[in-house]
Ligand binder design. Structure first.
Ligand SMILES: *Cc1c(COP(=O)(O)O)cnc(C)c1O
Length: 381
């Protein structure tokens, strides 16, 4: 009997498994040579100077906010159509998350909306490359430069995506870029994350913050009592990635171009198969390459069924679609503690009401894709 089709899942092969066993037989389990190698390979892949591996994407966002100097009384602008972590990171450092509504064609944060949300307290913009489609980074970068704001890209969906002649993660239009290696993302380390930057100063801050604010680097020590000596110079965390996870990351990264190619093939099959149905399909603006972490459809008004009916129907056929996302400002914590409410961001809320994420992952077969298309036709035609 056929198992259900999830909206996303990891792809692990024998090479991945072997690479982990290798580490288990060696001298280091946590910070060792594989962390460094994973960071180097990752930096090389996205085309950036520095990469810092951390425990998960949320920790990456938290440390990026700290390194950016965001703190109490500051405001940070992000999209309401994202995972809560993109906004929670501002709360972790005592700042206030402020949202700017989305563009109804790309579903990404709208630069003209960002402009209306900037105040004297605004310190940073966190654009989220939703589904793997790059935001309008040129426009966002221009706004940031004019207002002297930091830009932290949340690229948890966008490993391998391209914007004009740049690769997401190379920080051409930002100070830092953040990635996640949760199993549904492009590559996985179980849990894991990465921060990339071209700034040596930010890089050194991130290294310090990742491990308790402690350094043993002789060049940075204020005193030196001998070989055992270390200094805690700032309040940091234990947000380290292990060597075991890094070995898996190195092995996964070797396959990333194939992963993305396969995701784009599946997206192309959906684009062709669904084009006559009452659906809005993903839009890829000129100069952008979507790396399709998610394939998102929107039901048009004339559709015979609503979103919930469509979700339930697919589920009854073993197709586990998802909804990305419940707008962050409408989550009870955000309404009760921060004073946001339904109605604050109409385009994001309109998106939430009509959107559905179809299954897409490298191990998905053509038959699986055709099956999903046929079920959608059954109920929508
Ligand atoms: C997955 C994700 C995160 C958080 O990453 P974790 O590794 O799960 O902590 C943050 N932002 C976005 C947009 C994500 O999709």
């Amino acid at each position: 009997m056929k198992q259900g089709i999830p909206y996303g899942r990891q792809y692990i092969d024998e090479e991945d498994i072997k690479s982990i066993i290798e580490v288990l037989k060696g001298d280091y389990l946590t910070t060792g040579p594989y962390v460094k190698k994973f960071e180097e390979n990752f930096a090389h892949y996205v085309g950036v100077k520095y990469a810092v591996a951390v425990a998960n994407g949320t920790a990456a966002l938290h440390l990026a906010c700290l390194a950016a100097g965001i703190g109490a009384g500051d405001e940070v602008i992000t999209s309401p159509i994202t995972f809560a972590a993109s906004a929670n990171c501002a709360l972790y450092v005592g700042a206030k998350p402020v949202f700017a509504d989305i563009d109804s064609q790309t579903y990404n944060i709208d630069p003209s909306q960002i402009k209306t949300k900037i105040s004297a307290k605004t310190k940073a913009i966190i654009p989220v490359h939703y589904t793997g489609l790059p935001c309008d980074m040129k426009a966002i970068n221009e706004i940031a430069k004019e207002k002297n704001l930091m830009v932290i890209e949340d690229a948890c969906h966008a490993l391998g995506a391209r914007y004009k002649n740049t690769k997401i993660g190379d920080c051409t239009y930002s100070d830092m870029t953040v990635f996640s290696f949760h199993p549904v993302k492009h590559i996985t380390t179980g849990e894991g994350g990465m921060i990339t930057t071209n700034s040596k100063e930010l890089y050194q801050k991130l290294l310090l913050l990742r491990s308790h604010g402690i350094t043993r680097d002789e060049d940075q020590l204020k005193e030196n009592h001998g070989g055992w000596y270390y200094e805690m110079q700032t309040l940091g965390y234990n947000y380290r990635l292990t060597d075991i996870q890094s070995a898996l990351g190195i092995s996964q990264l070797k396959k990333v171009d194939w992963f993305i190619q396969r995701r784009r093939e599946i997206a192309e099959m959906y684009n062709r198969g669904l084009k006559d149905l009452p659906l809005e399909l993903p839009f890829e603006p000129e100069g952008c390459i979507n790396s399709y972490h998610l394939y998102v459809i929107r039901l048009k008004k004339e559709a015979k069924v609503n979103r919930k009916e469509l979700y339930d129907y697919l589920k009854s056929k073993g197709i586990y679609s998802q909804v990305h996302y419940i707008p962050v400002h409408t989550l009870p914590y955000y309404r009760e503690k921060l004073g946001y409410n339904w109605g604050d961001y109409p385009k994001a809320e309109e998106h939430y009401r009509n959107v559905l994420t179809l299954p897409i992952y490298p191990g998905m077969t053509d038959e699986d894709v055709k099956f999903v298309i046929s079920k959608l036709k059954e109920v929508l035609k």
